[in-house]
Design a protein. Structure first.
Length: 429
């Protein structure tokens, strides 16, 4: 009973939240140019026909105004973004489920299997504490709850996780058994006919597979075996790893060769729940050893300290250690040059190579899943003069210099100051 009253799969739940939220953001933005045609009041499924069907729990049925349509669509994007980064995850989890359900109810002509699993899983995840980690606004308030309430929420959390895993197991098992009863799956030719459907195939890649009888037979029988054996394979650690690898390959193949990207994404979003918290901690320790980064910033600079607080909040994997160069002994311990570190934020990775300025921001973004979408912009900016822009901003920042220096203090001298007095001054150049 004690084990049931403790939350498990917290890291996997957070990763699933991020992936499902990112899926929704991608889906909204992908269809943004054609949103009126797909879901608008005068689109492919007009508002009048939509209301006549008496949809269940759809925000879209409240009003036929184009302005209302735009407001709901934009709200869906913002809620999905908040859910992805873990801002008020429990509240946003409910709102996100409502918005996704509403969107799919508005036009069921363009849904697929991934939409169905999305509805069910997002409902189950309302029970789950998805913001305990990897969230910028997680469930920190739960620590102040009464012990009995925390235990109840923990039981609900674990039950929600088991519901998701059970749904995944039932989905694979039922589809696998259904395939096994089909003649084309029994004689090993089903994959050939699937890849010959023009609407769901990549002509060049699909031809490579259906033109090879060995790949067709292997893919046909392999699909059935994977789906039928998925559930029992979860009972053993090593078979679980094998089925995870097979599932990733299976859904990536579907996305690439059949063009069902959102379906593959929605299914793979549940895979993080197949690993335990202890396995994730072991993986994180391995990542820290290889990708860990130490960033040196100016602790006397208000702009720098605010930026570091934001960057630390976005460092969801905790791969970056932020160290103020003004702390006693830091310069000597790490062998950092005081003048260079004061002019530009510096970082040191496992290789020992020192990066500074815009390159430090790129190194931080590489290690943060939240910042990865802006990484191409940072790299492009670096190539067209990002370092000069960084220096232009850095040269105009203010620092609170301790001590009683007259005029501008030399950085090396100021770093040794111990007097408590201080004043606001521009960064010396």
């Amino acid at each position: 009973m004690a084990r049931l009253s403790q939350e498990h799969w917290l890291i996997g739940a957070a990763l699933t939240r991020m992936l499902l939220g990112a899926w929704a953001v991608y889906y909204y933005l992908l269809h943004y140019p054609v949103r009126h045609f797909l879901w608008g009041p005068k689109g492919i499924w007009p508002y009048k026909k939509f209301v006549e069907e008496q949809p269940f729990l759809s925000v879209w049925q409240l009003n036929a105004s184009p302005l209302f349509f735009e407001a709901v669509y934009l709200s869906g994007i913002l809620i999905a973004l908040a859910y992805t980064v873990g801002l008020w995850p429990r509240v946003m989890g409910v709102l996100h489920w409502v918005m996704i359900w509403s969107l799919q109810e508005r036009n069921q002509l363009i849904t697929d299997g991934g939409d169905n699993i999305m509805r069910i899983v997002l409902l189950f995840l309302i029970l789950v504490n998805t913001g305990a980690c990897l969230a910028i606004g997680g469930s920190r308030g739960s620590r102040r709850m009464p012990a009995v309430l925390r235990e109840v929420l923990a039981v609900a959390h674990n039950f929600g996780i088991l519901l998701v895993l059970g749904q995944l197991a039932v989905l694979y098992t039922s589809t696998g058994l259904y395939k096994a009863m089909g003649e084309l799956w029994q004689n090993g030719t089903a994959l050939y006919y699937i890849l010959r459907v023009d609407e769901f195939s990549w002509p060049a890649g699909a031809a490579f597979i259906y033109g090879n009888p060995y790949l067709v037979v292997l893919g046909t029988y392999g699909t059935v075996l994977f789906e039928v054996l998925f559930a029992p394979s979860l009972l053993n650690r090593w078979t679980r790893y094998a089925v995870i690898a097979a599932g990733v390959g299976f859904h990536v193949g579907i996305a690439v060769f059949m063009g069902l990207v959102t379906f593959g994404w929605s299914m793979l979003s549940l895979y993080p729940l197949l690993l335990t918290d202890s396995e994730y901690r072991a993986l994180r320790a391995w990542l820290v050893r290889r990708l860990g980064l130490i960033v040196f910033y100016d602790g006397w600079c208000p702009l720098c300290t605010r930026s570091v607080r934001w960057l630390a909040a976005l460092d969801l994997l905790s791969l970056v250690q932020f160290v103020s160069l003004r702390d006693p002994g830091v310069l000597e311990r790490y062998g950092v040059d005081a003048g260079d570190a004061a002019r530009r934020m510096q970082c040191v990775g496992r290789s020992g190579k020192v990066r500074e300025g815009a390159d430090t921001l790129i190194a931080i973004a590489v290690r943060s899943p939240v910042l990865l979408p802006v990484l191409p912009l940072l790299v492009a900016g670096r190539l067209i003069g990002g370092q000069r822009c960084y220096d232009a901003v850095a040269s105009r920042r203010f620092v609170l210099v301790p001590g009683a220096c007259e005029g501008h203090c030399d950085v090396a001298v100021a770093a040794e100051g111990t007097q408590p007095a201080g004043r606001l001054d521009r960064m010396p150049r």
